[in-house]
Ligand binder design. Structure first.
Ligand code: ADP
Ligand code: MG
Length: 254
């Protein structure tokens, strides 16, 4: 289980999030929805300590992974990255690197040692979980950049899975993809959900309803930092929103 408590975030003196708390249960998919600029990506990056890579960025609050604060001073950055993977809107495989090497690219970075047999195993199982194995099993030595957009995104999912994370964060993972690839990735997410906690940012309300059991609606006021207006089970959020602003947003009146 991943839990954010009182997350407040700044870029310089520009506050972009105000006391955001959210529990993202294991075995579930949580969707973060809301208009552009309300801090969804910032929140997601805080969940795996990417926010601190921006020199002007600062934050307050806690992120607990199964009860452990990932920001405790003695915790290493790579431990957080190993446990909490991330997939971005634009597929970003290493284009000249082989499909095989792309999948295992994260192992070295996170300090995981693996011999050849172990690597072969991780490549096959990760590609299978990402729904890409059958399409690429005969060309694992071909460059990752030669795949279609949807395949590249699944390769990035496989790359994240190879380090066997407990959480997978996905920032608009299908926004740049065609409907067929989107479907394949949604099916992949649903299959993964039993073993990996998934948090997805999406602007696609149908997608939020298809994949997630829980949603959080983010909003930022004029000149005000972003926060969660409402969160809860997806059915309730779409069927019986408690806040007028949520109702307007999920019904496309925004
Ligand atoms: P969303 O993902 O909901 O569209 P973001 O988290 O990307 O929102 O952005 C939230 C706010 O933080 C916006 O006002 C944006 O301009 C600002 N912001 C995001 N990244 C940076 C950055 N690296 N430096 C300064 N401001 C940023
Ligand atoms: Mg964003």
């Amino acid at each position: 289980m991943l839990e954010a408590r009182g997350i407040t975030a700044w870029f310089g003196d520009h506050q972009v999030l105000d006391r955001v708390s959210l529990t993202m249960p294991a075995g579930q998919i949580t969707s973060l929805i809301g208009p552009s600029g309300c801090g969804k990506s910032t929140f997601l990056r805080i969940l795996n300590r990417m926010h601190e890579l921006v020199p002007s960025a600062s934050l307050a609050g806690e992120v607990l992974l199964d009860g452990d604060d990932i920001y405790e001073p003695q915790k290493r950055l790579t431990d957080a990255r190993k446990a909490i993977g991330m997939v971005f809107q634009k597929p970003n495989p290493f284009p000249a690197m082989s499909i095989y090497d792309n999948v295992i690219a994260g192992l070295k970075l996170t300090g995981i040692r693996a011999d050849r047999a172990r690597k072969d195993y991780l490549v096959e199982t990760s590609l299978q979980k990402a729904g890409l194995w059958k399409e690429v099993r005969d060309r694992l030595r071909a460059p990752g950049g030669g795949l279609s957009g949807g395949q590249q995104q699944r390769l990035c999912i496989a790359r994240s899975l190879a380090v066997q994370p407990r959480v997978l964060l996905m920032d608009e993972p299908c926004s740049a993809l065609d409907p067929t690839s989107t479907r394949v990735i949604e099916e992949t997410m649903l299959e993964l959900a039993s073993e990996v906690t998934i948090v997805i940012v999406t602007h696609n309300m149908q997608q939020a309803q298809r994949v997630s059991s829980q949603c959080a609606f983010f909003l930022a006021g004029a000149g005000k930092p972003g926060g969660i207006v409402e969160h809860g089970p997806t059915d309730a959020m779409f069927g019986d929103p408690q806040d007028d602003r949520t109702a307007d947003y999920v019904n496309g009146r925004f």
